[in-house]
Structure formats: C-alpha cells, structure tokens
Design a protein around this ligand. Structure first.
Ligand SMILES: Nc1ncnc2c1ncn2[C@@H]1O[C@H](COP(=O)(O)OP(=O)(O)OP(=O)(O)O)[C@@H](O)[C@H]1O
Length: 976
C-alpha cells in the first residue's frame, strides 16, 4: 500500500485529489461510492501530500509527529489527525475507516510535500538545514509559527547564521510561499475535515445499516440453517413419503394387478356367461326342437300306430279273405296239367283223349272208349299249350302263404313221364314251380324288406326205396348209399328230419345252386316210359323264418316242393330188377299216400301217415295245418287213358279232402323274442323319456347356472366397485397417514430443535441472545420460524400434491413409478423465487393435518399463540427490511431480494439434491466436523461450515474473511 502511494501518488496526486474533492463535493456521488474507492481516494491523497521525494523518511516522520502534535494528538506516533476519530472512538467504526485513518497517520510529510512543487535543489551542505527548516516549518505549520521560530533559533549557531543571512531573503520568500501554501492546505484540511466528518456520519449510518444488515444476515443465516434443517427433515420426510409412496404405488400396482386379474376373470365370466346364455338359447332352441321332434315323434308314433293297426287289420283282413277264398276253394287244391304229346307219340299217331274246352272252368273231359266221357273238375286245368308261367300264376299265392307263416306243400303226382319233373323243376328256359316259387319268395322278401325279416334254408332229400337221403351231403353220389335219415316229431304237429342239411340261402342264385345240387344227386333211371325217369321222391324243404319287424311277430313255416316218383304199371313198363324194386317201392308209397288221402277224405280217425316215409314226411302238410297243392299230371295220349283216369280219380279224392283251416305257424321262441323286443322297446321308450327328462333338467340346470353366473357377474361388478371405492379410501387414508406422519415429524423436529437450540446457535447468536430482550426476540423468532416451518409444510403439501400427482401419473403410467430417486426428489421443489409457487392447476385438497398452502409462508399460523402471532417477530422485521431495501444500502452488502433468494434457493437446492440431512441432535457434531474440515482447508468442509455456522463457525467465518481478503485480525461480525 505504501508502494502504491509512493509510486502512483506522485504522478497523479493532483488529479486524484481533484477527483476526490469532486467526489466529496458531490453528495450524490458519495452515496454510491464504494468503500474501496474511498480508500483509494484517501491513500493517494495522503501519498501526494507525504511523498515529495523518495528520501524523506525522517522528515516525514518528523512532520508526522508535528502534525500529530498540531492535531492535538497524544504524540505517541499513532495519534490521528485532527478530525479523525481516535482508536477508542473508532471502536465502533468500520474497519476500513480505521484502516484509512491509520494510513492517514503515516503520511503527513508526503501530504505536504506532494502539494508543493519541488524546491530548487539546495547545496549539499544545506540539505540538513533544509530538512530542519522544512521540519521546523512543518512543525510550525502544525504547532504554530512561534514554536517553529524557536526551533530554528535554537538550532542556529553563530557561524552559520552569517552564512545563512544571505539566504534569509530567500527563506522569507520561501516561508511566505510556504505560508501561502500552508493556508491553502489548511483550507483544504478544513474541507477534508468536513468531508471526513460527513464521511464519518455517513460511515456511522452505514455502520448502523451494516449492523442491521449483519443482524438480518445473521437472522437469514439462522433462517437458512433452520430451513436447511427443515429441508433436511423435509428431504427425510420426502424420502419417507417416497418410500411410502413407492409402497403405496406397489400396493396400488398389486391392487391394479388384482383388479386386472379380477377384471380378466370378470371378462372371462362375462364371456362364459354369454356363452352360457348362448348355450341356454341353443339349449332352449334345442329343447324346443326336441319338444317339437318329440311332439312330431308322438304324433308320428300315434299315426304310425294307427297305420300299423290299420295295416295289421288290412293284412289280417286280406289273409282272412284269402284264406276264406282258399277255404272256399278247398283246403287241398288240385291243379291238373296235361303234357303235350311228345314227338314219339305223335309219330305213333296217338291222339289226345283229353278235352280242354272247359279247362278255364277247371273242368276237363277224358274221352274214353267209344262214347264214354268223364268230366273232372279241378281247381285249375292246364292244357298242354299252357306254359310254365301260366301254371305258376296260380301257384304264386302259395309262396305268399309260406311267407305269411303257413306251411305249404306243393307236390306233383301222376303217371311216369307225364311231366311232373317238368312242372316242378322245369327245364332251362322253362323253369318250374320250384324255381319260380323260390324266386317269388325272394321277390316278396325284398318287397317286405324293412317290415319283415326272413331267414330261408333249403334242404334237399329223397325217398328212395323207402329210405330218406340227404341230397346235399358232400360226396353223395347218385344212387349211392348215404346216411339214413328218419322223420321225427319234434313238437306237437311238427315233424322234422334230424340231421338234414339245411343250406341257408339269401338269394335266388344260391337257392338255385342248392336246388341244382340236390337235383343232380337225385336217382334217375331210364325206363320204357321215360328216358330220365325219376326213381325216387324228390323233396325240397324250404324253411322260412319270418319276423314281422312292425309287430315282432315271428313265424316258422315250411314249403314242401315234392316231385313224386311216377306211378307206373310194372307190366307196361316191363321193369325188372332194380327198376322193378324201385317201382314197387314207388307204388307202395303212392299207395300209402292214397290211403292217407282216403282216410283224410273219409275223416277216418286214424290217418296212416307212417305207412310210408313219404306220408310220414307229408303228415304236417296233410293233417290240416298246411296249405296243399297237388299237380296232377296227365298224359293226353289216348293209350294212357287208364292211368290218366286213375290219376284224375285220385286227384278228385284229394280235392275232396277237407283238411280244415290252416293254422299260422307262429314261432313260440320268436314270441318270446317278441316279448323281449316289446320290453326293450318299452325300456327304450322309458330311456328316451328319461333322456328327455334329463335334457329338460339339464336345460333347467343350465338356466339356473346361467342365472347364478349372472348373479356372480353382478356380485363381481359390485365387488369391483367396492374394491375401487376401498382403493380410493385406502389412498386417502394412506395420504392422510403420510400427512400425519410428516406433521408429527415436523412437530418432533421442532421440539428437538428447541431442545437442541443451544447446539444449533452460533456463538454470535448465543452472544446476542444473552440479553433478555434478545432471548425474547429469539424465542419470537423461533416461533416465527416454527410458524414458517408449519407454513413451509405447505410446501410439503404442495410437494405431496405433486407426489400425489406423480402417484396419479404412476397409476396411469406405471413406468413413472420407476423413476430414479433423484428424479423423485427433484419433484419436491422448495426453492422458488420469492413466495412459494402455486401449482398451475392445483388439485383438490385432500384431508391432511397440514394446513393448506398460502402465498406467504411467513404469515402466522392460525394455531399459533395469538400474542406471538400479533407481535411482529424479528423475521417479520427482516422481511420488512428485505421487502423494503434501505435508502442507502451499503455497496458491498447491497444484495437485492432476488439475488438473496436465489442464493438461498441455490443453497437449499444443493442441500436437497445432495440430501444433506442435518438433524438437530447432530448439528453440534456437524459443526465440529465443519470446523475440523475448515481447518484442513477442504472445499467440502468449507461448504459444510457455510451451512452449519455453529461451534466452529467463528473459525470458519475467519477463514472466509481470509478468503475474501479481509486481513483484519478481528471481524466486524464478532461485534454482532
Ligand atoms: N307240358 C309239357 N310241355 C312240353 N314237354 C313236356 C311237358 N310235360 C312233359 N314234357 C316232356 O315229357 C318228358 C317227360 O317228362 P318228365 O320227365 O317230366 O316226366 P315224369 O313224370 O317226371 O317222369 P318220371 O316219373 O318217370 O320221372 C320230358 O322230356 C319233358 O320234356
């Protein structure tokens, strides 16, 4: 600083002084001049005055002493200039004022030397004298002229006075000039004194302002500290809230998941319900359809029963009518067929002895010898011209009778060679009755397919020489001795040949093949009457098992197709040997048949059926239970009239036999089966009824289930609504719980802060609070701070609202719940410029113990003490000071409201972002740590020391002053 004064002051002294004067002369500029500028002004001014040259140290010291003396100082070298406050008086003056005063004291010589132009260089020997004179002049200027003269006179010696007389005049001139300058300087000094007094007054004003500013600064620091603590507590509370919020969010998420699960279940149930509804609709439609079908079935069943009854009645009527017709026509019907004359007979010129003129009426006339004519009447008479088809037209009804369950016996009787085999078997291209009857049987079976079911078996046997041979046995050769079969009575009126092969046939081809097989096995021999004369009675037994599918009636009937061996006159045929034997057996059996027919015709009690194998086999057909048809074959040759008449007579007897009404051969076993079928049908009907009933019950069950599902759906919807309302209530409760917790934390922390107030207060604060008034003010301040804290809790509320809005956002956007904690903490913005910022769209206030947010956090709480609330607190004063800046603010401490708030906000933001939680109980430790850190000189420690001005706060403040360049040993802050 001395270098600065000596180096720069000499060259710019007048200008600076002028500037200084200009500054001081302008009160308006003085208000805005900074203390550093004032110091710069003072120092050069003193430097200009006190630095005439660089080698005037002693003189300047002497002048200083002189000035000190002149100013009435105590003469200890540290006396101040006149007008400057003394050390004791400057105790309360600011430091820079005292420093400027100290500087002022060390440069009085320079002060003078700078104001004058440098004198001409004196001779070398006059240097000391000049110095002494200068010093004496300066002393004189300071203490008075007389004292200066005395000093000059005292130092003058006798010899030197002579030498100096020459320069007396110059000296006098110099003295005049000096006096003149001295006067100017005195005026300037007066001006400076006035200016200094103004400066002092202004300094005092500024000092008071600084004191107030310091107080406000202290209060602000305290407020800042408390706010920092509050922010810390808020941060912890916010952290707790965030945790609670995260827990609630998790709970919400779980509830949301449960809700989604319930929703999906509800959706599934709804879908299932819809499906069930559809099923019910389908089931109802199905039920209606089933009911319709059931009704249709019932109506059709009734109709079918009616039709069946009608059909049965009609069929029965038809059968009855037909049987009546048959009965009217006779039980044994006899057809008479006459073969044509063969080529040999024609060649012999034989003529026909049969007259067929009335053949249509069943009559024929046999012309006998000369004029005798014998008329025979039969059921049908077929002339030689009538073919096989014509014959069968009258035979076909027997096939129907067989299928209706009646036993039928069709046999051909006649003289050998008259065409029995031709009629029964026929030839290729002219099939006989056997083939056509079987063909008719299969045709009718096919017609009755669906209503009747038949099973047909065919057996072929022959009675040869009174022995029964099975012609279907494998290996049986014509004429060979085969297994002997006997006729047995298997039941009442039923005779059968046990062991007889029964070939089952299902169509005509199979039947014909069987017939052909049997025919090939038949014994055929050549006689005089017939080249291929049948030597046995060939019998085809067709067993028909019928089942009426409509009524379950079962029948078991037999169709006998018998081609009898031809009777012959042994003498006429000249049979010999085996042929004779065969003829005898044939005649014997035919005689037995005649005996039976005669017995039947005369209704003899004993019918000799067992006289021959043939009659034994035909016992069932001839005993009245069957329908019998006999073809009586005759030859037209007049040479065979005798045999023809025998045959016709026999036929006539046969036709006269009354066998009685044929009985239907009902199968007893089938009857049982029928009964079983009826039972099954009834059971099926019951099952169907039960099935219909079960379906109806199922439909009712489905409808009930559907109703249950609907009820369940409604219950689920109500449950979902309850859960939603419960969720809202839980949200409110959780938020209220969080608010209560925050309020309790605040109250506890407030209580703790009061208890730990001694730890938190800085030494300065403690010193200021020693007085009772200050304690009261501090208590009022604490109360105000507590109110502010409560008011600041509005910030919590606001932040909580933000958190709630965050929660709402999380509800709508689950990803928001995954924000990092720093992001969550940033949402809690407590650092707003000026008053707390209200949300743009404030949400509805939820139930909370925290009072609603207000514009000013410094307003008194409604629940606070009325006296404290009514009395203006120090914070209110600070607020007033802050809100209304002083008219003359100090240059350095002149911080506007916005910048101060920004600084506070920046500190709060840093503390919030770094989550520095300063608890009241740890404040002292934190202060100690801050002090220790400040001693180490770390940046963090300095930051902590700034935040915690307690305990070691004084040292921290000293270090801060050092950093700012204030080298004074004691800070002005200590005065506070
Ligand atoms: N209605 C007819 N039309 C044409 N030919 C016939 C007729 N009846 C019989 N014949 C012929 O007469 C011959 C003898 O007939 P068939 O063999 O059928 O007599 P039969 O009565 O069976 O003799 P037998 O008792 O000896 O067996 C055969 O050649 C046959 O073709």
């Amino acid at each position: 600083m001395e270098d600065e004064g000596s180096g720069g002051g000499r060259s710019r002294g007048p200008d600076v002084k002028a500037v200084a004067l200009a500054h001081f002369s302008s009160p308006r500029r003085a208000k805005t001049v900074r203390m550093s500028e004032a110091r710069d002004f003072i120092i050069p001014y003193v430097a200009e005055v006190g630095s005439p040259s660089g080698s005037t140290g002693s003189a300047s010291s002497g002048a200083a002493r002189a000035l000190g003396h002149a100013s009435g100082g105590d003469g200890d070298g540290s006396a101040s200039l006149s007008g400057f406050p003394s050390d004791g008086a400057m105790q309360d003056t600011p430091d820079y004022i005292r420093r400027s005063a100290a500087r002022h004291r060390v440069a009085p010589v320079e002060f003078f030397s700078a104001s004058v132009s440098p004198p001409p260089s004196p001779p070398a020997g006059l240097g000391a004298a000049a110095e002494g004179m200068a010093s004496s002049e300066k002393c004189h200027a300071a203490d008075g002229v007389s004292e200066s003269d005395e000093a000059v006179d005292g130092g003058r010696s006798g010899t030197e006075s002579l030498q100096l007389e020459g320069i007396e005049e110059d000296k006098s001139d110099c003295c005049g000039l000096l006096k003149q300058q001295y006067g100017v300087l005195l005026r300037e000094k007066e001006e400076c004194r006035r200016l200094l007094e103004d400066l002092m007054r202004e300094n005092e004003l500024k000092t008071r302002q600084c004191r107030e500013a310091q107080e406000s600064l202290h209060d602000l620091q305290m407020e800042l500290m408390r706010k920092s603590m509050h922010v810390g507590s808020l941060a912890s509370a916010v952290e707790g809230q965030v945790k609670e919020k995260s827990r609630l969010c998790q709970l919400l998420k779980e509830l949301g998941e449960k809700f989604m699960v319930l929703k999906s279940e509800h959706q599934n149930l709804r879908q299932e319900s819809l499906e069930y509804k559809k099923c019910v609709l389908d089931a109802s439609q199905m039920s209606a359809t089933i009911q319709q079908y059931v009704n249709q079935y019932v109506s059709l069943d009734c109709e079918f029963k009616d039709l069946k009854e009608k059909f049965n009645e009609e069929a029965k009527e038809r059968k009855d009518l037909y049987n009546k017709i048959i009965e009217l026509k006779g039980n044994i019907r006899v057809f008479c067929r006459c073969r044509p004359l063969n080529a040999e007979e024609i060649a012999e010129g034989a003529s026909s002895a049969i007259d067929f003129d009335s053949a249509k009426d069943g009559e024929l006339i046999v012309r006998g010898h000369v004029s005798s004519k014998k008329v025979y009447k039969f059921d049908s008479v077929f002339s030689p011209e009538e073919d096989q088809e014509k014959v069968f037209e009258k035979t076909a009804p027997y096939a129907i009778s067989v299928l209706d369950g009646f036993n039928v016996c069709i046999f051909a009787y006649g003289q050998t060679g008259t065409g029995k085999t031709f009629t029964m078997e026929g030839i290729e291209g002219a099939r006989g009755v056997n083939y056509r009857t079987l063909e008719e049987l299969f045709r009718i079976i096919k017609e009755r397919e669906g209503t009747f079911q038949y099973e047909i078996t065919v057996s072929v046997l022959e009675v040869y020489n009174e022995q029964i041979h099975d012609l279907l046995l494998t290996g049986s050769q014509p004429g060979a001795t085969t297994k002997r079969l006997e006729v047995r009575q298997v039941a009442e009126g039923v005779h059968h040949v046990p062991g007889l092969v029964e070939a089952r046939v299902t169509n005509m081809n199979e039947a014909w093949e069987v017939l052909q097989t049997g025919s090939k096995a038949r014994v055929v021999g050549s006689t005089n009457a017939n080249e291929h004369s049948s030597r046995s009675h060939c019998i085809h037994c067709v067993m028909v098992k019928g089942e009426n599918l409509m009524n379950g009636e079962c029948t078991k009937s037999k169709l006998w197709l018998i081609d009898l061996a031809g009777s012959e006159r042994v003498a006429k045929t000249d049979a010999q040997g085996e042929r004779l034997k065969e003829a005898q057996n044939i005649n014997k059996s035919l005689s037995a048949l005649g005996d039976v027919i005669s017995a039947l015709a005369t209704k003899t009690p004993h019918i000799p059926f067992r006289n021959s194998k043939l009659t034994h086999l035909l016992q069932d057909s001839l005993s009245g239970d069957s329908k019998t048809l006999m073809f009586v074959q005759i030859s037209p040759n007049e040479n065979d009239v005798g045999e023809t008449l025998c045959s016709l007579n026999f036929a006539s007897r046969v036709r006269g036999i009354e066998l009685g009404q044929a009985k239907k051969q009902v199968d007893v076993g089938e009857l049982l089966r029928y009964k079983l079928m009826v039972g099954r049908a009834k059971q099926d009907s019951k099952n169907k009824d039960a099935q219909i009933k079960s379906m109806e019950e199922r439909i009712q069950t489905l409808e009930a289930k559907n109703k249950t599902k609907d009820l369940l759906t409604l219950n689920l919807q109500e449950k979902i609504k309850e859960l939603e309302s419960q969720l809202l209530v839980e949200r409110k409760i959780a938020r209220q719980h969080v608010d209560n917790k925050i309020a309790q934390d605040h109250l506890q922390k407030q209580h703790g802060m009061k208890e730990d107030n001694s730890y938190l207060r800085s030494p300065m604060a403690e010193r200021n609070l020693n007085s009772t008034a200050e304690k009261a003010a501090a208590a009022a301040k604490d109360l105000g701070i507590s109110k502010q804290m409560f008011s600041d809790s509005n910030v919590d509320t606001y932040s909580f609202k933000q958190l709630m809005s965050l929660g709402d956002e999380k509800e709508n956007n689950p990803k928001a719940a995954q924000l990092p904690p720093t992001m969550k903490a940033r949402r809690v913005s407590l650092c707003n410029d000026g008053a707390y910022q209200q949300p743009l769209n404030p949400a509805m206030r939820r139930k909370s113990l925290i009072p609603p947010p207000r514009r000013s956090s410094l307003l008194p709480m409604p629940t606070a003490k009325p006296a404290a609330a009514a009395a203006p607190s120090p914070l209110d004063k600070i607020t007033e000071n802050l809100s209304s800046p002083p008219l003359c603010s100090p240059p350095v401490v002149s911080i506007d409201k916005g910048s101060r708030s920004k600084r506070i906000n920046s500190i709060l933001r840093r503390s919030l972002q770094k989550k520095v939680v300063i608890r009241p109980s740890l404040a002292a430790q934190a202060g100690k740590k801050a002090g220790a850190a400040a001693a180490q000189g770390t940046d963090n420690a300095r930051r902590v020391a700034r935040r915690v001005p307690s305990g070691g706060g004084q040292r921290v403040q000293q270090n801060r002053d050092k950093e700012r360049g204030w080298n004074t040993g004691t800070s002005l802050r200590n005065n506070f």
